[in-house]
Structure formats: structure tokens, C-alpha cells
Write a protein that binds this ligand. Sequence first.
Ligand code: ZN
Length: 331
Amino acid sequence: MAKTEVSELAKELCKKYPDHPARSLAKVLVKQCNNAVTLETARAMIRTCFGSFGRRYRDKATSPRKPRKPGHRIEMPKSKAEDWVPFELPISSGKLGIISDMHVPFHCEVALGSAVEHLKQEKIKCLLINGDGMDFYSISRWEKRPSKRDFMGELKECRLLLQWLRQEFPRIPIIYKLGNHEERWEKWLWEHAPEISEEPEMGFSTWLHCDKYKIDVIGDQRIIMVGNLPVLHGHELGRSVFNPVNPARGAYLRAQHTILISHHHQTSGHADTNLFHHETFVWSIGCLCELTPSYMKVNRHNHGFAVVELMKNGDFNVNNLRVLKNGKVRA
Ligand SMILES: [Zn+2]
């Protein structure tokens, strides 16, 4: 093999493995060219490509890199992983109201009205909308009835709901945790307007006027910490959590921790004790939307919401409430 051919091979190797030690690449080169050059010559060729074979040959470098000492060790690549930390509630004691799964514009006026009235009487200090407040039917991936598709109309209804909630609770913090239905917004943007999808102006908060009504939006499937009680919408736990008998038990099997979830449109509870008699409680709360949605007319859904009493030490008491057909609230 001619020396120029070996030199071409050296260039390719350096281009392919820009971070490898010159000696290792030289050994590979000798093998590749069937000993047409000695190890020393091969190393000189490799170092020429890297621009580390003396000043005279520096302009011949094809894959220049900073000179390094023998035995140089490369660094671990930088991670792009992002922090995922829970959101701490802005109150440290008092009552928190949790409503969810209104699926506006398919909300149940009686159930939602009763829940809000009850929470007002309870004098809650903070309101948590625990996901699926809006349905975003028009941008769903599922088949849609053409007569029901009116995206702008849906957005207006959703804004109206938030405006109404702010009116009913004018002075307390309102937190809006995004559920799987709100995630449709982000996914729809990624698909239809990827270039501008991550601009703040395109965000859920801006479009739904959350800033205007001073409603804090919590995305990224973050856990909401209510003292020592973690709250999730429920879809974060994955699909296998689906349990036709008891959603709370399904959630327990995934989380193995005390937790409160929504998402399943069903009031349920589960308690368990471990080897050291440490007790774990899981609650799933009911929905505030129509009970016979077009995608599943027959189901075991029920209306409900929750009041969580929070103590200064992080302790809490969950009141998992149901709303009956006539609007009466029952534990
Ligand atoms: Zn959901």
C-alpha cells in the first residue's frame, strides 16, 4: 500500500475518532494498512492529522484538536437531563380544595356548582385544579365528531371557566396542574407549529389568560406537595394503573406511597401497611364533567372533589367527597 493511501486512511480514522488517543489509532492504522508503515510512522501520521506533530506540520491538520499529554483521559459527556422537582403549595396550613376533570366544555354544571359552593363554605385557603379542567376535544388524536369541533369556541369556554373560578375565589391562590388533556395543547403545537411552539406567547398560560387571572400553571407532570401529601393528576403513573375495581389500589401499586390522584373519574380509597406498620393511604377523586362521555357511555364514573386539611407540621387530613345527582355533597 502506497504511503499516500495510508495517509488517507489516517485522515479517515482521525475524523471518525476525534477523541481517541493517537497511539491507539496508530495501532489500528498499522493493522489496516497491513504493516505498510511502522507504528512510529503511523503515529506521526495520526498526530499530523490532529495538528499535534510539531509546529511545521500544523497547517496539515485535517482534524485539529488541542494538544494533550500522554495518558490524557477524556471527560464524561455533559448530561442534558433536566431536574424534576415537586411543586410546593403556597400555603403551609389550612384547607385546600381540589377539583379536577371538569373537561370543559363537557363539565357538569350541577356537580361543579355544588363543589365550588361547598369549597366556599369550607373557607378554603387555596384551590388546586388537578388536571383535565379542559377537554381540548377539537385537537384530540381520537376521532372527532365534525359538529363538535370548534377549537376557538372551546378556548373561549375554558377562559370563561377560569374567569368564573377567579370570581368565586377572588383572594386565594389558584394552582392549575396540567393533566393529559391539557397536554394535547403542547403536543398539537409541536406537530402543527414546531418552530414557534416553545415561545412563551404560545404557552397554555398565555392562551388561557391564566396570567390575567393570576392562576399558576404547573406543567411537566410535576408532583404537587400538599404538606407531606403528593398529588398527581394520575396519568403520570402510566397506563397500567388502570384498574377496573379500584383506581386507588392501582395507583398504590405504581407509586408505593401515600398519594392523591384524579384522572379516573371515580372516588376510591386504598390503605396498606408495611413490615414496620407504616401506613400508606391512596385516594382517587371523582370528576366534575358529564358522566356519559361519547367515548365511553357505560362506565363507573362518579362526581366528586376533595378538601385537604393541612397542618403546620406537614400532616394532613383528606376528605374525599362525592356529589350526588341532586347536587348534595356526601363524604
Ligand atoms: Zn385525565
